[in-house]
Design a protein around this ligand. Structure first.
Ligand SMILES: Nc1ncnc2c1ncn2[C@@H]1O[C@H](COP(=O)(O)OP(=O)(O)OP(=O)(O)O)[C@@H](O)[C@H]1O
Length: 197
């Protein structure tokens, strides 16, 4: 299952994804053209490939989706969206989430909200991001998109949010899905066989 976690800047999606990673979720590492910040780690936070390489990858049709956000490119490789046995977490901006949902309707989309404006500003200032005003301006439009997501979680505490996401995954797994078709067929065949005996 692929779980998309999206939010305006500074609400805590990266923190939550890193915590989920500690408990057996696989975090999808995405690509960016922006330079690496000193505290970031190559291939852990992003694949930092620069603008030229990013353009080359676009031409090669390498990305399932890419966006231009806050003056930089961000993209997700097609390969990273292929399924394996683990649940995958993808943190992505809101416009990117909508694009992925369109091409992969089976992804589960979660929108993170801050507990309050004051707490959000505290968190966003800790990250020392540039383009603060652009981020806040974008957030007005982004908050309106919450209604297009399947779930919304208010990110009060890391532990609570991680627990809520685990609960969502359990519920999603219990939904009637195509992959139980074979099991249902087998059960029905056996019921009929028993009746005939
Ligand atoms: N539940 C929480 N309680 C307290 N602090 C939190 C919580 N979640 C995240 N934070 C803090 O908020 C700050 C922003 O978090 P983070 O970098 O994960 O946000 P983000 O949504 O990924 O931001 P961006 O989109 O700008 O990369 C960090 O300092 C992080 O430690």
């Amino acid at each position: 299952m692929i779980i998309i976690i999206s939010s305006p800047s500074g609400v805590g999606k990266t923190t939550i994804a890193k915590n989920l990673e500690k408990s057996n979720f696989e975090r999808i590492v995405t690509y960016t053209s922006r330079p690496k910040r000193p505290i970031e780690i190559e291939s852990v936070d992003y694949y930092f490939i620069g603008k030229e390489k990013f353009d080359e990858f676009i031409k090669k049709d390498f990305f399932a989706e890419f966006s231009y956000v806050h003056d930089n490119y961000y993209g997700i490789s097609k390969e990273s969206l292929q399924s394996n046995s683990k649940h995958k977490i993808l943190t992505i901006d809101i416009q990117g989430a909508a694009k992925i949902k369109k091409i992969m309707p089976s992804v589960v989309t979660i929108f993170l909200l801050p507990p309050s404006f004051e707490e959000w500003m505290r968190r966003i200032s800790k990250t020392q991001r540039n383009n603060f005003d652009i981020r806040l301006k974008n957030a007005i439009k982004e908050l309106d998109e919450v209604w297009n997501f399947e779930y919304a979680i208010v990110n009060y505490s890391i532990e609570k949010t991680v627990q809520q996401i685990r609960t969502i995954v359990s519920c999603e797994e219990a939904k009637c899905k195509k992959d139980i078709e074979n099991l249902i067929n087998e059960l029905e065949i056996n019921i009929k066989k028993r009746k005939e005996e």
